[in-house]
Design a protein around this ligand. Sequence first.
Ligand code: ADP
Length: 259
Amino acid sequence: MAPVFATGAVVANGEVRPVAPEPPAIVELIGVTRTYGSRAAVDQVDLALLPGKLTFLVGPSGAGKTTLLKLINREIRPTSGEVWVAGIAAHRLKTTRVATLRRRVGVVFQDYKLLPRLTAMENVAFGLQVVDLRVSDQEARERALDALDAVGLGNRGGAFPNELSGGQQQRVAIARAVVAQPPVLIADEPTGNLDQETALEIMDLFEDIAAWGTAVLVATHNIDIVTRHQRRVVTLVDGRLVRDQPEGQTGRMAWLALS
Ligand code: ADP
């Protein structure tokens, strides 16, 4: 094997070639603990997420997955430790400054959380204007239509959520999450309400979003999806990060923690 030097160069056959350095983490949790009463929902977790990578977050119910996602989104702050998101210190971010972080983190939920009285386009446009007051109505509409187009719903912008299937509603929710082009996307059981075929289509969208350069973190119980995708898998048990498997190595072991 060719020697690799700290300078990021590889020497092979007497030839020196530069190696692309790994990009810096866009999300970094350092020694993060979050307690509720005396119980640690997240316990001394260190985790770094890289741009352009899709990571699965797995673990039994109550393991701390939602809590970890909420820490990244600054819905809650850690009891101790540091949470860095796109250069922002989320662990000490004041409530009044949360919008700065929310522009950089898209969020997708299991139950879509669309506003029922707004059309698909209005839901996406509203999502953009909530985090960025400078965006005009006209610009928000245009960008919303672009985002809907990107998730395959370019022709359904005028539909209300109850006129759309579950999979289509989740696509709208994903368009809303990425319309501000955040560097980070987190999803909490995004396929939990969908049949397997639709779930696989939604996962393809997350793969596309990661391929655009976004760090995507998907909390899931869907064993089949995790096995198929062969991406990095981070396992939480009782708030502790007990396993961090690199992409391409998803074997049976990951599922011991899910049962
Ligand atoms: P998961 O998403 O893996 O199911 P959670 O992050 O929802 O796990 O929960 C982790 C632990 O923290 C559980 O024991 C849960 O009961 C507890 N917990 C989560 N949110 C709260 C809260 N708001 N108040 C008290 N306990 C909570």
